[in-house]
Design a protein around this ligand. Structure first.
Ligand SMILES: *[C@@H]1O[C@H](CO)[C@@H](O)[C@H](O)[C@H]1NC(C)=O
Ligand SMILES: *[C@@H]1O[C@H](CO)[C@@H](O)[C@H](O)[C@H]1NC(C)=O
Ligand SMILES: *[C@@H]1O[C@H](CO)[C@@H](O)[C@H](O)[C@H]1NC(C)=O
Ligand SMILES: *[C@H]1O[C@@H](CO)[C@H](O)[C@@H](O)[C@@H]1NC(C)=O
Length: 490
């Protein structure tokens, strides 16, 4: 693939004369468009991880990398959740010939998950098995065992729950299909069980139903039924989203703007369900998501090129009013934010920088191209800056991506902002492998952990905003206006 990419680059250089696009950006600083959760960018660990006996809970790098994304949700969920039993005799379950084949999560393993999340400044969001049935209803018996253990171990205040995973895709042999109304009733039962522990779970969030095909007939019907019955009883409605199937995709898919609208369709559709349910102010979260499903694309999803759809997803989701986006996955598969040695992949660095520079308040902005008719290749979002030792109240952060293979674009900011200083953080491939680089550079310097405990310093290039923010072909950038002094960002 790398050689294909190289020859492609050569062709590009020979036959395409690079142009430079011009975008004009106007930021509306009078009103907050939407406010996302502080843990907006969150991560997922697949439930199947329980089978991975090599997962090293004590890895220093694992702790360092997870702490770097704090505060966040560490969701443990996925298809395996619906065949996982807590603290049960596996052999006995297997002998019973259950379908799909059961998995068991032990007390120590579960407790390590909770402690990992807590030790790194996040919270565990644990996905319970919705396929455990008692007649038409969900059977809470196995969950009661887990809750009692959490109370006994002093972990009750550290966890949140989901119940089931992608119920619109239940199709495995032995899986029971459920209506949205029934799933809603099952969530009410979970709430009643949690409430029966005398306040131990009073801060516990319950979210669901983790539908995957939101615009599909079954998925949409499940969301509607669920919201009708439990819309007032859950913290958020969760949906999943992927642009395309990873094992059938190539790197070109990852820079193809034709995929951008798919996310907008999913969000609009879910928002439509919420708008007409008994609780129209029910928050929407994307509970599991990546560029591509089926574990991502080998030697692509863990490379620099994967960042375009990821940054676009973070930007568009916040812009469209999604409170949280949980990345599939923090560890494992081709799309992990880190590799199997707990070393960060390029999307980890993108996520880390996002966490450091992008705050919760989303601003309206108007982008217009001065050079091409439609500017699909460049996407720009603006949010208040996250307060930090470097940036105080009132600062704003612009972030943008350019998937045009040959043309750079210069973003010219209109109004008072144009007179200010801007700190630019430009991300480009970390070595000569280009789009397929395993590394990413910040302002020309490859990002690496300094040691297992120490993050690199993020060094901006400070420039006058009047010269414009230049975004070369196939790069991303963050740009902070430290002196913007925008009141709604205080
Ligand atoms: C959870 O984290 C807090 C803050 O770091 C700490 O004080 C507490 O002991 C932790 N709880 C457990 C059970 O590890
Ligand atoms: C669900 O929410 C409604 C409205 O707030 C409330 O009356 C009801 O008690 C809740 N049910 C459960 C099981 O928490
Ligand atoms: C990915 O790269 C590895 C190591 O270079 C190679 O062994 C493997 O065949 C590649 N996989 C695909 C699907 O290209
Ligand atoms: C970059 O892509 C080419 C080919 O799709 C278009 O023709 C250019 O208009 C585009 N350039 C910009 C600045 O968007």
């Amino acid at each position: 693939m790398t050689s294909v990419f190289r020859s492609f680059l050569v062709l590009t250089c020979l036959f395409v004369v690079a142009k430079s696009g011009q975008l004009s950006l106007t930021v509306d600083t009078t009103a907050v468009r939407f406010e996302v959760e502080t843990f907006f960018l969150s991560v997922n660990l697949d439930s199947s991880l329980v089978l991975d006996k090599h997962f090293d809970f004590n890895s220093q790098r694992l702790h360092t990398l997870l702490s770097g994304l704090s505060p966040c949700i560490l969701r443990v969920g996925g298809s395996s959740a619906d065949c996982t039993y807590f603290d049960s005799p596996l052999e006995k379950l297997k002998q019973a010939g259950l379908q799909p084949v059961p998995e068991v999560i032990s007390k120590p393993y579960w407790s390590q998950l909770v402690r990992l999340a807590n030790a790194t400044g996040s919270r565990l969001l644990y996905d319970l098995n919705l396929q455990l049935r008692d007649g038409v209803q969900w059977s809470p018996l196995n969950t009661v065992k887990l809750l009692q253990f959490a109370v006994d171990e002093g972990l009750a205040g550290l966890i949140d729950f989901e119940l089931g995973n992608e119920p619109d895709a239940y199709s495995k042999q032995g899986q029971i299909r459920l209506t949205g109304e029934q799933i809603g009733e099952d969530f009410l039962m979970l709430k009643r069980v949690l409430n029966s522990y005398g306040g131990h779970f009073k801060n516990t969030k319950v979210v669901g139903p983790d539908v995957i095909m939101v615009t599909g007939k079954t998925g949409n019907a499940i969301l509607k039924g669920f919201a009708k019955v439990a819309g007032h009883n859950v913290t958020a409605m969760t949906v999943h989203q992927y642009y395309f199937r990873g094992d059938q995709a190539g790197w070109k898919d990852y820079i193809n703007p034709k995929y951008f609208p798919l996310l907008a369709d999913t969000i609009s559709s879910a928002k439509g369900v919420i708008a007409s349910c008994p609780n129209p102010s029910l928050p929407l979260w994307i509970g599991e998501t990546s560029d591509s499903w089926h574990s991502g694309t080998a030697n692509v999803s863990d490379r620099y090129v994967s960042g375009f759809l990821w940054l676009e997803k973070l930007g568009l989701s916040a812009y469209m009013g999604v409170g949280v986006v949980m990345r599939q996955t923090f560890y494992g598969g081709n799309y992990g934010l880190m590799n199997h040695n707990y070393r960060p992949n390029p999307d980890y660095w993108l996520s880390y920088i996002y966490k450091k520079l992008v705050g919760s308040r989303v601003l309206n902005r108007k982008v217009s191209s001065l050079t091409v008719d439609d500017n699909d290749d460049v996407r720009v979002y603006v949010q208040c800056t996250k307060h930090s030792s470097r940036y105080g109240a009132g600062a704003i952060t612009l972030y943008a991506l350019n998937v045009n293979v040959s043309d750079s674009t210069t973003i010219t900011v209109k109004g008072a902002l144009s007179l200010q200083r801007v700190d630019v953080y430009l991300l480009s491939p970390g070595d000569k492998e280009g789009l397929l680089s395993k590394y990413v550079s910040l302002n020309g310097q490859q990002l690496r952990l300094m040691d297992d405990k120490t993050m690199p310093e993020l060094k901006p290039v400070s420039q006058p905003a009047s010269i414009g923010i230049k975004l070369p072909a196939l790069t991303f950038a963050f740009a902070v206006f430290p002196d913007a002094n925008v009141k709604i960002c205080w």
